[in-house]
Structures are given as structure tokens and as C-alpha cells.
Design a protein. Structure first.
Length: 190
């Protein structure tokens, strides 16, 4: 058995123990999922603006704390855990972007008059917020397509990895990804 298979089995054992109420298994889980969580976080941060204050390690640690601090720890398996982790990281990045946009707009202070040439261009924080809102709309229309977008764009998974994760064919992933892209672009332009 190779190292990858051993790690998968170890993760699944930890998750099963956690579902069974073994709180010690939470301590065993972090070392075996850390590298994969870092890869996910790195892929997500690649799409962020230059000079983002959250770094890969900080995003991983905040996401992990949210995951283990959550009352819902019923992760079915390794794939489900990493899918939930991707959603948690996305939510952290979106919250961070919303906070930056609030602060940029005065953080609740009364607006001051500004000249039209002083208006800022749309930035990546605003794009992240708009993408998150649009992705949530897509989830209401087609959950599978939303999951594919989330896993591909935010978690950085390949079509092959998504197909395995979602238990569908790679051809289906490619087709659904194209449909989702078209839908998201159309909605974001409105």
C-alpha cells in the first residue's frame, strides 16, 4: 500500500472516530490533513488580490478551527471533509472581503463628498463578494454545478479529482463546469 492510500485510510479512520464521539481523534486528524488543506488554501489565495493579509497558513488554521469548533462534525468520508473545508475557506475569504469593503466605504461613518475621478475601480474583494452571491444563487438552481465550481475554482481540484469526489464521470464534470461558467458569467454581468 502506498503512502497516499495509508493517509486516506488514516483520515477515514479519524473521521469515523470523530463521528463516534472520540474527541481525541480531532487531535490526530490535523497532522494527516494539513498538507491537503494547505494546497486548497494556496489554490484559493492564488485568486485573491496582491497583498492579501491572509496567508496560506493563517487560512488553514482559521478554517480548521471553524471545522473542529463546529457542532456539525458528521463528515461522511475524506472527500466530504475536504469539500466542507473548501466551503469554510471560501466563507472566510468572503467574510474578509466584506469586512475590507465595509472599511473602505467608511465603516459606518457618514459619507464625505468625493469627486468622480476619486471613485475606486472595482477590486478583487468586490468581485469575491459578487462571485459568492452568484454562486449561492447557482446553488439554489443547480447544487451539483455549484459544487463543481467551488471545488474547481476555490479548492483548485482537477476535473479528475472532482469526478472522484462527487462520484460522477469526468465528462460530466467538464460539461457541468461549462454550463456553470456560462451561467455565472451571465448572472455576474447583470
Amino acid at each position: 500500500m502506498n503512502n497516499s492510500s495509508n493517509r486516506r485510510e488514516q483520515i477515514d479512520r479519524c473521521l469515523e472516530a470523530i463521528r463516534g464521539g472520540n474527541s481525541e481523534a480531532l487531535n490526530e486528524l490535523m497532522p494527516v490533513v494539513y498538507d491537503e488543506l494547505r494546497r486548497q488554501a494556496h489554490n484559493m489565495l492564488r485568486h485573491e488580490r496582491q497583498g492579501h493579509t491572509l496567508q496560506t497558513t493563517a487560512l488553514v488554521h482559521e478554517a480548521y478551527m471553524n471545522l473542529v469548533g463546529s457542532s456539525s462534525r458528521d463528515w461522511e468520508n475524506r472527500e466530504h471533509f475536504f469539500n466542507v473545508a473548501a466551503k469554510v475557506m471560501r466563507n472566510i475569504l468572503v467574510s474578509h472581503a466584506r469586512k475590507r469593503c465595509r472599511l473602505k466605504r467608511g465603516g459606518g461613518r457618514l459619507p464625505e463628498a468625493i469627486e468622480p475621478d476619486e471613485l475606486p475601480d472595482i477590486n478583487k474583494d468586490e468581485v469575491m463578494i459578487r462571485l459568492d452571491d452568484t454562486l449561492n444563487q447557482l446553488r439554489r438552481v443547480d447544487k451539483r454545478q455549484a459544487d463543481i465550481v467551488e471545488n474547481r475554482f476555490f479548492a483548485g481540484l482537477t476535473n479528475e479529482e472532482i469526478a472522484k469526489l462527487m462520484n460522477i464521470s469526468e465528462t460530466t464534470v467538464k460539461r457541468e463546469w461549462r454550463h456553470a461558467q456560462t451561467w455565472l458569467l451571465r448572472e455576474m454581468k447583470q
